[in-house]
Design a protein around this ligand. Structure first.
Ligand code: 5GP
Ligand code: ZN
Length: 115
């Protein structure tokens, strides 16, 4: 599997950096964001290193669909039943800070810190 030893999220996938995991399968890992904007804020990431959404191609379509389909299911599991946001920051102008593609899922009662 494509992995970058210097990438924070690859290191989380490898278990070298601890995270509060919510879900895991062969392809995806989901864990709570370390600095949540909302009462519930988790990240859905591919286990393989893919730097940004720009790097996703036709071969990643199924995986991207699975990420999106997982969001409402896991949101409900986390007690979020009144709506949520999904966000994929991409590149410098998208304010992407961690260069390993990830989907934010944010929900829970308002007000939120951001978003
Ligand atoms: P970005 O700005 O790249 O879309 O979002 C990166 C997110 O990753 C931020 O919300 C940040 O709080 C989160 N994050 C960065 N480093 C870690 C970490 O080591 N562990 C966890 N759980 N989240 C992290
Ligand atoms: Zn990575």
């Amino acid at each position: 599997m494509n992995s970058d030893p210097h990438c924070i999220f690859c290191r989380i996938v490898a278990g070298q950096i601890p995270s509060r995991k919510i879900y895991e399968d062969d392809e995806l890992l989901v864990f709570h964001d370390i600095a949540p904007w909302a009462p519930v804020h988790f990240l859905i990431i591919p286990k393989q290193h893919l730097a940004t959404l720009y790097d996703a191609g036709e071969e990643h379509t199924a995986m991207l669909g699975r990420m999106l389909a997982l969001a409402p299911r896991l949101a409900r599991d986390q007690g979020v039943a009144n709506g949520f946001r999904v966000l994929i920051n991409t590149g410098p102008d998208g304010h992407q800070e961690v260069p390993h593609m990830h989907m934010h899922v944010m929900g829970g009662p308002r007000p939120w810190l951001r978003g």
